[in-house]
Design a protein around this ligand. Structure first.
Ligand code: HDE
Length: 753
């Protein structure tokens, strides 16, 4: 993108004000706020607003009823060089209220003061009741055409490109909670198709806690902070959660996924996504199949370690949000493939013995292959978080022709909930007219009026049939690609509050998940259950959950019971004989390392040419190098992104040591607790800690030249995943290879098989 005139003006002002230093420090890694570096002095020459950053996108400039306006995206933001009131009158002063003399009192007639304060007083809207914490991005979906045989949805036709907006989220925490808590993640995608918006509102876990929407308030009340003290925030490690899931045992399948590494993703970019429910697809001939949606990340499924997640919660609570936006800004666009598992639409609605209407069950990929049908690329960050990410409103009923629902009782309840919740959250029924929610298809409904009505509807007859508006709007037929509810036969049955008997199996697939894990993943699951139950106060709840674990697997139960200091109960249900599904494990494959963070420890007196070379090579490999030095500013002409005081191992996927820097002046406990107890050391103690932590989080570590001495001092030289090389390039190549497997798990032999 070209730099605009105003941006140029500001850049020039910076140069004059700060000379070469500002130039040298202009960050070339993602994350710097603003589209032009600021000057030291306050800019006073009036000019138009700065353009957005090049990676920022915005909702298309459509009318509230879906027509293209042709207006540039920037026309939606503020205009002109001068400060104005909301009605566009220019203002001279916004720093002082209008007073009777400089010592007051303030006059009631100060309409600018009242407007400014009143608007501020009403800036907040209710956060989402669930999924309050999230981050969104724009992108594009390109269809492979492979779904054409099973659905007539136009956006799935070969080569068709559709704009999308995706919002990722945690479930339990408030808007300001930390990103890296143990929780399910939301993965909601809005496809702006030309046949109407399609919202695929999924999660990173393919099953849900409950089988019937009527239980949703129960599970969420149990998971949210306790009503009396409002603690703990964004956690499942508390009594009410475990009280519910141990009594309502259909929740056990989702719960084991939460206790696995899936509960603490490394990045939104390394998460799978699942539509969870079975949907019904309808093709041009009106034939139907049942289908489940899957998102497969290009970078593979990858998680944090528990200690990393906890440290990051304090050090960088915005870790996932930052990672998403930095990756897009760096051009490492996050990518997923959309796939479907397809099943015949039989009256029983089962496949391989699995009831497809039960949202607590998966169909193992080995039994029904996930067939890729398109590619999603996220390539634009929001220009304004509130306008886009906060106001985006997803709804399961936003379905294009060719995609229909099934009788899954969880899905049926969701069809009601998602519109209902926006009425309070977004203040009325016209939320589809908010720019981020506007369809990219022609809208001609008969909905009128209501709060915040943006459309100026013409005509006098918003009813059917009418003759006064010439009969418009007309019902569409097959030729006009109308949405037709699939004419599925509904079984004649008595009205009951009951589930089918097939929903009663609460344990076999939990055992299937456990049996499909690699030993190291099993260790993590044991650790997570032990931690979470260990945080509960009540013995009865721990005992009850141990009983559930006994019904999943005796080894799991025994190991957790040992950690809790309780006896392991015997199973009360027969243990199912299951065939493991290797697709459920995150371990054992290799993935690209695009967009991963490589920390490079620099000694200002060391091999800076080598560092420069490695830094370029990291960029060239599609990863992000972050220099870690004893002090901020510039080292050898390269910008320092982290100092030993501000940096922490958990931000990096791998660490390279270009030197063994001597203790910096602030390497004393009084200035930085990370410096540890005073002990004479040749190397800065924060560097030693960085390497120790990277090692115990199973990360690749590489060193060359003087850096090798650090490995020796920490005592990790020669251990798995620790590389010493003759040059920076060699060290990087070896480390990158190790990163393909995500972590160096062989460092930690497992105690369970
Ligand atoms: Fe949601 N869910 N949900 N949910 N859900 C909401 O809608 C609800 C469920 C999911 O980024 C709410 O706009 C009910 C399953 C995501 O804006 C609300 C039930 C799955 C998001 C709601 C479920 C999800 C939501 C809150 C049980 C995975 C965030 C704010 C029947 C397939 C969307 C809002 C975003 C949000 C209701 C169960 C995913 C209250 C009643 C299963 C990703 O309407």
């Amino acid at each position: 993108m070209e730099t605009s005139k105003p941006a140029e003006a500001v850049k020039n002002a910076v140069k004059t004000a700060s000379g070469k230093i500002a130039d040298a420090l202009t960050p070339d890694v993602p994350g710097a706020p603003g589209s032009a570096p600021p000057s030291v002095e306050e800019p006073t020459t009036p000019h138009d607003p700065l353009p957005p950053k090049p990676e920022q996108g915005a909702p298309q400039t459509r009318t509230p009823t879906g027509a293209e306006t042709g207006v540039p995206a920037t026309a939606k933001g503020q205009q002109g060089a001068y400060l104005t009131t909301a009605n566009g009158a220019r203002l001279r002063d916004t720093d002082h209220s209008l007073k009777a003399g400089p010592r007051g009192p303030v006059l009631l007639q100060d309409h600018h003061l009242r407007e400014k304060i009143t608007h501020f007083d009403h800036e907040r809207i209710p956060e989402r009741v669930v999924h309050a914490r999230g981050a969104g991005a724009h992108g594009v979906f390109t269809a492979y055409g492979t779904a054409e045989a099973v659905t007539r949805a136009g956006f799935l036709k070969k080569g068709r490109e559709t704009d999308v907006f995706v919002r990722f989220s945690t479930v339990l925490g408030s808007r300001g909670s930390a990103d890296t808590v143990r929780d399910t993640r939301g993965f909601a995608t809005k496809f702006y198709t030309d046949e109407g918006t399609f919202d695929l509102v999924g999660n990173n876990i393919p099953v849900f806690f409950i089988q019937d929407a009527i239980k949703f308030p129960d599970i969420i009340h149990a998971g949210k902070p306790h009503p009396d003290r409002e603690i703990p925030q964004a956690q499942s490690a508390h009594d009410t959660f475990w009280d519910f899931v141990s009594l309502h045992t259909e929740a056990q399948h989702h719960t084991i996924w939460n206790m696995s590494d899936r509960g603490i993703p490394r990045s939104y970019r390394t998460m799978e996504g699942f539509g969870v429910h079975t949907f019904r697809l309808v093709n041009e001939a009106g034939e139907t199949v049942l289908a489940k949606f899957h998102w497969k990340p290009k970078l593979g499924v990858h998680s944090l370690t528990w200690e990393e997640a906890q440290l990051i919660g304090g050090i960088d609570p915005d870790f996932h949000r930052r990672d998403l936006y930095d990756a897009i800004e760096a051009g490492a666009y996050p990518e997923w493939e959309l796939g479907i598992q397809v099943f015949p639409d039989t009256p029983e609605e089962t496949f391989a013995g699995v009831d497809l209407l039960d949202p607590t069950k998966i169909v193992p990929e080995e039994l029904a292959e996930v067939q890729p049908i398109g590619r999603l690329v996220l390539n634009r960050t929001p220009t304004n978080f509130f306008a886009e990410t906060e106001q985006v409103a997803f709804h399961l009923g936003h379905l294009p022709p060719g995609i229909d629902v099934t009788n899954d009782p969880l899905l049926q309840g969701r069809l009601f909930s998602y519109v209902d919740t926006q009425l309070t959250r977004l203040g009325g029924p016209n939320f589809t007219q908010i720019p981020i929610n506007r369809p990219h298809a022609a809208v001609n409904d008969m909905l009128r009026d209501g709060f915040h009505q943006h459309a100026v509807h013409a005509g006098v007859a918003p009813y059917r049939p009418n003759s006064l508006d010439g009969g418009n709007p007309f019902p569409a037929g097959d030729a006009e690609h109308a949405f037709v509810d699939a004419p599925v036969t509904v079984a004649q049955a008595p009205k009951v509050r009951a589930n089918p008997a097939s929903f009663d199996d609460h344990y076999s697939q939990v055992r299937l998940f456990w049996s499909s894990m690699s030993p190291v993943e099993k260790e993590h699951i044991i650790r997570a259950y032990t931690f979470e139950l260990g945080k509960c106060y009540h013995q009865a709840i721990k005992e009850r959950q141990l009983q559930c674990l006994a019904n999943i697997d005796p080894v799991l139960c025994e190991q957790v019971a040992t950690g809790l200091g309780l006896p392991a109960p015997q199973p009360t249900e027969p243990l199912a004989d299951v065939t493991p599904s290797p697709a459920l494990s995150q371990v054992g494959r290799e993935w690209p390392s695009d967009g991963r963070m490589v920390g490079i420890v620099v000694d200002p007196d060391g091999d800076l040419d080598g560092v420069d070379e490695v830094r370029r090579a990291v960029f060239a490999a599609g990863m992000v190098p972050l220099l870690i030095a004893p002090h901020g500013g510039v080292v050898g002409g390269m910008p320092v992104q982290r100092t030993f005081a501000t940096g922490r191992s958990v931000e990096f996927d791998a660490v390279l040591l270009a030197g063994a820097p001597a203790p910096a002046p602030d390497a004393v406990p009084a200035r930085d607790a990370k410096a540890g107890t005073p002990a004479p050391a040749a190397v800065d103690p924060r560097v030693l800690l960085l390497v120790e932590e990277s090692w115990r989080h199973a990360k690749a570590v590489g060193a060359w030249g003087a850096g090798v001495a650090v490995l020796e001092q920490v005592g990790v030289a020669g251990t798995p995943g620790v590389v010493t090389a003759g040059s920076g390039a060699e060290a990087l190549a070896a480390v990158q290879q190790l990163m393909a497997a995500h972590r160096v798990w062989e460092r930690f032999p497992a105690t369970v098989a």
